[in-house]
Design a protein around this ligand. Sequence first.
Ligand code: ADP
Ligand code: MG
Length: 910
Amino acid sequence: MSTVHPPRSTAEALLADGTTVGIRPLGPRDHQAVLDLHTTGMSEESRRMRFFGVSRNAPGQAADRLCGPPRPGLLALGAWMGEELLGEADCEPLDDPPETAELALAVADHWHGRGVATLLLEHLVHAARAAGIRAFEADTLFGNRAVHKVFADLGLPVQRCFAHGEVRLRVPLEETDERYRAAVDERGRRADLASLAALLRPASVAVVGASRREGSVGRTVLGKIRQGGFTGPVWAVNPHADEVGGERAYPSVGALPAVPDLAVLAVPAAAVPGVAEECGAVGVRALVVLTSGLGPQEARRLMRACRRHSIRLVGPNSLGMAQTEPAIRLDAEFGGAFPRPGSAGVAVQSGGVGIALLSRLAWLGIGVSSFVSLGDKYDVSGNDLLQWWEADGRTDLALLHLESFGSPRAFARTARRVTRTIPVLTVDAGRSTAGRRGAASHTAAAATPTVTREALFRQAGITATRSIEELVEAAALLHAQPLPAPRSAVAVVSNAGGIGILAADACVEAGLELPELPVELGDLLPPGASVRNPVDTTAAVRPTELALFLRALEREEAVDAILVCLAPTALCATPAQEPVRALLEAPARRRVPIAAVLLDQQVPVRYRGCADGGMLPAYSDTLAAARALAHARDRARWLAEAPSVPAEAPDCDRRTARSLVDGYLTTHPEGGWLDPLTTADLLEAYGLPLTTTVWARDEHAASVAATGLRRLGHEGKAVMKAYWPGQVHKSALGAVRTGLATDAEVRCAYREFTQKFGPQLAGAVVQPMAAPGVELLAGVVQDRVFGPLVVLGAGGTAADVLADRVARLAPLSERDLTTMVTELHSAPLLSGGAGAPPVDLAAVRSVLARLSRLADDLPELVEADLNPVIARPDGALCVDARVRLEPRPSFDPYLRRLRRPAATEGEWAP
Ligand code: ADP
Ligand code: MG
């Protein structure tokens, strides 16, 4: 049986209506609560459904079973709101070793229909899976519609068997099935939206800590809310003043004429938790905390108040938020000007970045749908806002600034869905964290934080930029122009040849293609013009000629995007003669996107209004324009790719792998590197192709092993490697001997090992010599926050020097497999580009898919390094593998639970 990891003491999660509840295992102190649930909490009819009869003793027996003396294998979870137990779900093994568990479920009558049962079941599924349970079974009365609906909605397959008015349900748990994850996602999405409404569409607002002092944060925000024309009532709360800014102030939130939906807090750090508690007690459902500098104790108390009272929290250390929706018009921030209403959703972690971003968008003319300064992000995060924007019917562009990720895997999953409908752009901060030097495996060396974040963005279809400028430049194009075709062949047109060449260079460097253009187009241009791409129209081109030419270019099959670079020329005596007119007078909403580079423009990017009301993004720099086009191309490609399906890894023997891992961790509670044979067994369980590896603890054993293995080896040869625990890279130390053709050579090599490595030598592994091929590195490392990262690279002993690798976060999709093998610089070696025959790519893909599955199934597998995997036309074979295990709790990143911010780490319960 596997190590049982009971779910963390308490997790909080949202019910369907956005209410926060706590989920925790039931224990002896819950006896009375369980009894109450089954008596006062349930009608006679509910009890009959639950217990198949109205035995008076049933509730007491249930309480004894769940909260009495420990029962082996019992998993029992309760959903709580404060001291009230809303429902319980439990399962108890029916067999030994436990594989099938009898499931029971009870929800208090007045909590029916709010998603308590599904939420409990999701958490129980997680706990049961971690305990090795493979199926739930439950007897239900035929007429128990409520329970049958809960099971139908759950998203897991349910088998039914009818007998004597009862229905025996069986729910297999083994497969991490996409339908289940999607059902969980959908419930999570709805609950999240319901909980965010008080924050993003509040009907009334209170500013707590609105001081009389002008220029103070609270006073400023209060003034801005009023000036912004908030459509509902806004109240000032200040215990020390009767009026603020000429209007009445109330001494406390409790003293307000009505309960505000949202409270904005600008009180000293020490007062924040108390005010939050007070807000919660009267029924406030959303807080924006502007205060910064909360200590750990204050942070925990604030979180506790929010969770206990179903409050969604922005901040602390937030600059505020703005909602431009005409029915709301809320300007609750103290950063800059109230943004113009529009369609860009903006969420930033740093207030400063928020100010910069809003002012640039305002200047450019892109309006904002909603803006949230997330601050220290205790609760509301980029993930929440993506879901909001996806559904608000106003947002068509999402702009995020993220320094940290609370739940990157949940975020990636949301983003992957949202990016299908709207572009999501991010400015990626924190790239410069130094790489991991001195890592003990090539895979670990490859897995820098940058690589990990890039993998996330890449897999989620997020447009990642490196600066606020780059973000705005890309947004300008995506917002106003159509997407190019995925191929993105760009026609570069300029009226000054030199600029055209620079622009062409910038495009090629950004990975864009420059197609050849038909020579006939030249007839539209003045004599001396060149229609080789880049097109040089010469400075003599007239606006009408340029307009005609561009229109013809747009109709060209070979052209997917146009970049027009214009220098002002001395020939333009009047503005009407400026060549840029030609661009502006043509219709702006075109078949292909057009971007301009205007050499006399002072600002990096601006819109030029077109005659038809459309907008043409004009850049001052060729690099910026090319980069923006490349981002648009990446998005076009992302949309063109089929939505990802999980990579297939058939016939993985999870049980064997699990027992190997549990066995190792029992004898090595701290974890460590597996010995070569356990490594081989583990990889074999997941179908990873490790070459035959035989252990030899002395010269004689080595000789015997090699005699057998040479016959399997390339050219009848064997390979021998010295082994001792804790070794890192072997060949550099002379611990690898390849090409051993005779018994004498094997014995001699073993003796050399003994001399060289002395008493530390534990023995040697002997393998058949593999035929030569392309040496690849394939590996996986677990990131504590991001989960497993799968790496593919150029391999062999020079792997770190070559540093040619690609990485993706598990679970990999079929599309990830494809892009991984094609994005390597050494990809041509695999596809037969360098004269060699193409290798068996399916075999390489299978290695990656299996590694992904292995790490996803076994969180304890913190590092696996397969180097080299020798790829050949007839398959892929790994000749060297290292695996490291560490005790780690089983963790389901998709389980619905609210995040616990790092700042509030430690034990606390609502
Ligand atoms: P390390 O990575 O610790 O230095 P390896 O076991 O990867 O040691 O061996 C180093 C190199 O020796 C490999 O990159 C590969 O080129 C070669 N090699 C190792 N084992 C075999 C084998 N069984 N067949 C063919 N070549 C091998
Ligand atoms: Mg190696």
